[in-house]
Design a protein around this ligand. Structure first.
Ligand SMILES: Nc1ncnc2c1ncn2[C@@H]1O[C@H](COP(=O)(O)OP(=O)(O)O)[C@@H](O)[C@H]1O
Ligand SMILES: [Mg+2]
Length: 366
């Protein structure tokens, strides 16, 4: 197992294969059904489609010439589980997958499939995650080039470095993510830099036009308005990911909570609903981070995550009296807080809490 992790983590396909052969020859004695194990192992080895082979071995990732730092990050087994998007965006992604699985039909009809995709949207809505999800769904490795780091740290040789990664990504089937794509569009004060950036844009434009349909090129940007419209138009498809709506926020929370290993992490529908309501304007990433924070606190305090979550969302505040009343009622009913404590958590006066509880049909004078 350790050997497998060691070679696998470097994406060293030949090493994995060698280990698999060794296992075929000598099945570990602890395996109960030796023959079934051999058959399954063999099947696993031969079903790897050409495209899924771990072909990106350490030595071939292009490096920055002076420092030998690798220019791209290669993930042979990308994981996009739990991606939750609005219906429209999800449908477009499903369509891309359908195109890729029916490429022959498309070719016969005289059209190509989507080879290049521009993902835009505010930070934390899942652009990078979508690239991981696409690679996972297509059973392809994910090659990531962060353009902001390439452009800022090696501007002089950026054009050459970017070209090297693009060539590398074209050398076999993969999903190539050009992250922070707007980095090549940002204006700089230095004239020499502007010249270099123009050259880089031209390199990318040419590549977009003749990108092969064996790899999917995904560009992601938080600032589509910085892009030259000529660049944006060159993509086969463009998807604008919005901030998550209430339904998506609720699903993201439910997915995260379902992953909590203990019952103390369970969140009831009513609290999930309140959370979704109060987190308007949150990005998907904000929701996930809030949940992690809540879970961490719950573990440290030995409390129920749901109770910690309730306190957390009570602090967010809202102009919607109806929602605030629900929060106040929940703090009263579930956590048994006094009016004074509720007032402190929510940040309102304590008579206001009394009025809210009365509106909710809860009479403290009882
Ligand atoms: N649509 C989404 N569905 C589920 N989780 C998400 C989503 N978007 C973001 N996240 C969470 O936030 C993290 C950061 O998101 P990321 O993909 O890097 O956003 P972006 O690239 O748009 O800035 C992800 O790893 C994931 O945990
Ligand atoms: Mg990102």
């Amino acid at each position: 197992m350790l050997d497998l992790v060691r070679v696998g983590i470097r994406g060293h396909g030949a090493g994995v294969r060698q280990l698999a052969y060794r296992l075929l020859r000598t099945v570990p004695p602890a395996v109960p059904d030796q023959e079934a194990f051999r058959v399954a192992l063999h099947a696993a080895m031969v079903t790897a489609a050409a495209g899924t082979e771990l072909r990106f071995t350490g030595g071939t990732i292009p490096t920055e010439s002076d420092t030998a730092i690798e220019l791209a990050d290669v993930d042979p087994l990308p994981d996009g589980d739990g991606l939750i998007l609005d219906e429209g965006s999800a449908a477009e992604l499903a369509e891309i997958l359908a195109e890729w699985s029916r490429r022959d039909d498309l070719h016969r009809a005289g059209v190509g499939l989507s080879r290049t995709l521009l993902l835009s949207g505010p930070p934390g809505v899942g652009k990078t995650m979508t690239a991981r999800w696409l690679a996972q769904s297509l059973s392809l490795p994910l090659v990531t080039l962060d353009l902001s780091s390439v452009v800022s740290s090696y501007l002089g040789s950026s054009g050459r470095n970017i070209k090297a990664v693009l060539d590398y990504a074209k050398s076999g089937p993969c999903v190539l993510l050009l992250d922070e794509f707007d980095a090549i569009a940002k204006r700089r004060d230095d004239d020499a830099d502007i010249g270099e950036l123009k050259r880089i844009v031209n390199v990318v434009l040419v590549e977009l036009d003749r990108w092969p349909d064996t790899s999917l090129l995904v560009a992601a940007t938080n600032h589509p308005q910085l892009l030259d419209p000529a660049v944006a138009r060159r993509f086969d498809r463009s998807i604008d990911l919005p901030l998550p709506g209430k339904a998506e926020r609720s699903r993201i929370l439910a997915y995260a909570a379902a992953g909590a290993p203990t019952a103390a992490g369970v969140v009831s529908e009513s609290i999930a609903d309140l959370t979704a309501e109060l987190t308007q304007g949150f990005s998907s990433s904000d929701v996930v981070r809030m949940w992690s924070l809540v879970l961490r606190r719950a573990v440290l305090r030995g409390a129920m995550a749901e109770d910690v979550l309730l306190e957390e969302i009570a602090r967010i505040g809202t102009g919607n009296t109806n929602v605030r009343d629900k929060v106040i009622a929940a703090l009263h009913n579930r956590l048994g807080l006094s009016n004074r404590q509720i007032a402190e958590v929510v940040g309102i006066s304590h008579p206001t809490v009394g009025t809210a509880l009365k509106r909710a049909g809860i009479d403290k004078a009882r």
